[in-house]
Design a protein around this ligand. Sequence first.
Ligand SMILES: C[S@@+](CC[C@H](N)C(=O)[O-])C[C@H]1O[C@@H](n2cnc3c(N)ncnc32)[C@H](O)[C@@H]1O
Length: 259
Amino acid sequence: MIHGNKTLAVAVCPATTDQYDWAHTLAAELGIPLARKDTHEFQFLLICSADGLALKQADENGPGPIMISFTGSTMEYRLKHGGGRSQALARAIGLKKGWQPAVIDTTAGLGRDGFVLAYLGCQVHMLERSPTLAAMLEEGLQRARRAAYTVETAGRIRLTLTDSKEFLQKLKQQDRPDVIYLDPMYPERTKSSLVKKEMRILRGLAGDDQDAGELLDIALHCARNRVVVKRPRLAPTLGNGVPSHSITGKTSRFDVYLI
Ligand SMILES: C[S@@+](CC[C@H](N)C(=O)[O-])C[C@H]1O[C@@H](n2cnc3c(N)ncnc32)[C@H](O)[C@@H]1O
């Protein structure tokens, strides 16, 4: 990727010298440069810190760093007070007593929706095509596997770095999931400043998901029970198909395509 005179979009950097070895290994694994924290050479910095991996837009006026934290207070609040099986996401997936479907989350992103579904009992396979986000997810999951409150949930999650379109097209008949979940990027999703910051960084890093309609078509040929697409409350449906029904939550709508 070329941004102005910046030839590489992302570099890894250690927050302190204690994280140097980790940063060095991660940069080699991702095939991206290792940088100093104060550099302006790259569009994004993936910072190895004592608290975990943080992603920062190197732009001086850009938003502060974001982290994936399945063990932090925001996720804990969402798990405890998000409404359990009666929340819109769970109803859209079709969760009920005795049916905890296997879900492929084709747009894992920061992993929040997938983690909630795993907490509610689903086996969740997260797919993410951005190597940077996949590295952040993997590190977040490792921390979740070490914390008493999240170890069981994290145990129900698998993560694969892949383009979901290709992954679904290659899936064997016997591996087809009950539910396929899509939450592609959408402009101006919400007015919350925190989410806005996360979405700005996500969009800057991962792009606009313009192939989401194509992903939906493939998913519809692959899911056993349903495909669920998350949209902003008032947004048009994705692609040309008509959902079987929709479930509207506080800020989002879930379009359900029953197979
Ligand atoms: C809006 S975010 C998803 C947020 C997520 N639901 C959460 O709770 O954090 C969309 C993510 O999907 C990923 N994505 C979009 N299309 C994809 C595809 N075809 N394969 C894999 N990942 C994809 C993008 O890279 C981006 O990280």
